[in-house]
Design a protein around this ligand. Structure first.
Ligand SMILES: [Zn+2]
Length: 264
């Protein structure tokens, strides 16, 4: 029996739901056809992401909970609606902010980073609720003034500085792609909080904060299933192929046994 097989997933889902005041979003979200995830697995994915790493650990134990949060993030990404817009008018400079968005902090810094990495940054308002407050696509295929190019695309449902700084934290993450979603989120959370409090105004200051965030997340233990356990599922085997890891995690998530679960 694998580690994941020993967990009673219907109980985990009940525990996550008990910590969520109400099921986030429209019931239709859970019922629309999906190639991989059943409606129950979609509820689990949304609740696990909402609960965060600590909530998942409380519901499923440290090891399975760490895996659950990571896999749920990957499953969750597949549920988010596709980017609405990929065509943008020509703009000068390296950053284009949707005119519908209110002023955001650190835009000059974001533009300077985009220029240094020689990849335009586009920030747009989008409706990603209830699945996400913001989303980043680090190598989005877009057209700018009719020309195909690769840009960093940040979509914001929530225009608070917190959400923006979290996504900006992802945008400037020097490690791309990160092999696991938990580390990527930990980095963006840590750097996002530093950006908010420190308000760096030069790339040199930004780099100092990036190094600080990297040190902080490396000092934390990373929840992983595969640490030396012979019956850990293959999904957590460290692989240099990010796509394989993600696909395997998604399928392992989709196979979690939720048959006994009934809405209360
Ligand atoms: Zn994030």
């Amino acid at each position: 029996v694998s580690l994941l097989g020993r967990v009673c997933w219907p109980d985990v889902l009940d525990a996550l739901l008990a910590s969520t005041p109400e099921l986030p979003g429209d019931v239709a979200l859970y019922l629309q056809p999906h190639a991989v995830l059943s409606p129950r697995h979609r509820v689990l994915a949304v609740c696990a992401v909402r609960a965060g790493p600590a909530g998942c650990a409380a519901a499923a134990g440290d090891i399975a909970g760490g895996w659950l949060y990571n896999a749920a993030l990957i499953a969750h990404r597949g549920l988010s609606p596709a980017a609405r817009r990929t065509a943008f008018p020509r703009f000068t400079g390296w950053l284009r902010q949707d005119p519908a968005l209110p002023g955001l902090p650190l835009l000059c810094l974001a533009a300077a980073h985009a220029e240094r990495s020689q990849q335009p940054l586009i920030v747009i308002a989008a409706d990603l609720r209830p699945l996400a407050l913001g989303r980043i696509t680090r190598r989005a295929e877009v057209t700018i003034g009719g020309r195909h190019t690769i840009a960093t695309l940040i979509e914001l449902s929530d225009v608070t500085p917190d959400t923006w700084c979290h996504e900006l934290g992802h945008a400037v993450d020097p490690v791309d792609p990160r092999l696991d979603a938990v580390t990527a989120e930990a980095f963006a959370d840590t750097l996002g909080a530093l950006l908010l409090t420190e308000r760096p105004d030069s790339l040199a200051e930004l780099d100092t904060l990036i190094a600080r965030a990297e040190t902080e997340i490396n000092q934390r233990p990373t929840p992983q299933c595969a640490t030396g356990s012979h019956d850990a599922p293959a999904t957590t085997t460290v692989s240099t192929n990010d796509i394989d890891v993600r696909v395997e995690s998604l399928f392992a998530f989709a196979k979690l046994d939720l048959r006994g679960w009934r809405p209360k």
